[in-house]
Design a protein. Structure first.
Length: 196
């Protein structure tokens, strides 16, 4: 019975015109940002002069969780503000408060869904990029870093590809552009790491 109620709330939230586009937009943007952050973490910790396996994994995990909490919270607050403004506009147009109506409830569920999906982007990114460090021996940290960097560039291409498809532009061009930006970021961060 409770599951039916939750399912009904989610379906109602997904039927709101802004829910799916917001989920997609935030998820893709956050995944892109999270990949850049993790790329910096990998370069700073795994490609340093004295890489330590435990420190690399701990840094990646804590960065991933911090990003998830940060982005989830910021999106929740931003969407709460936006949805509140929207509910006020609808209420004024209907000459009644819509907070305790189906529209108001769907709006609140929509906020939670958008924030939850957004929180998943850094967690998924971190999970993918930490994998090489979990399955490759401690002595082969540099190889694990190289694989993780390759995965990060691939994720940037995929993110760009998705952005291209959703915007009606050439997904391969958009994907390639994001991958090139990722490679440029890698080179800059690597040079910074080497200079310190």
């Amino acid at each position: 019975m409770a599951e039916e109620g939750i399912g009904k709330k989610i379906r109602a939230a997904l039927s709101q015109p802004d829910t799916l586009p917001s989920m997609r937009r935030y998820f893709v943007n956050t995944m892109f940002d999270a990949t850049f952050v993790m790329l910096g973490v990998i370069i700073g910790s795994a490609l340093s002069s004295d890489p330590r396996h435990a420190i690399i994994i701990t840094t990646m995990l804590t960065s991933t969780v911090s990003l998830a909490i940060s982005t989830g919270t910021s999106v929740y607050e931003a969407e709460s503000l936006e949805q509140s403004r929207r509910m006020n506009e609808i209420g004024r147009a209907m000459l009644t408060n819509v907070e305790d109506t189906d529209i108001g409830r769907a709006s609140r569920t929509s906020i939670l869904l958008i924030a939850a999906i957004n929180m998943m982007a850094p967690l998924m990114t971190g999970l993918v990029l930490i994998t090489p460090f979990l399955f490759i021996s401690i002595e082969q940290v540099v190889m694990a870093a190289e694989i993780a960097i390759g995965l990060a560039i691939t994720m940037m291409f995929i993110t760009g590809f998705i952005m291209g498809r959703t915007s009606g532009k050439n997904p391969f061009v958009k994907g390639a552009r994001m991958a090139v930006i990722g490679i440029a970021a890698f080179v800059i961060c690597y040079l910074i790491g080497g200079a310190v």
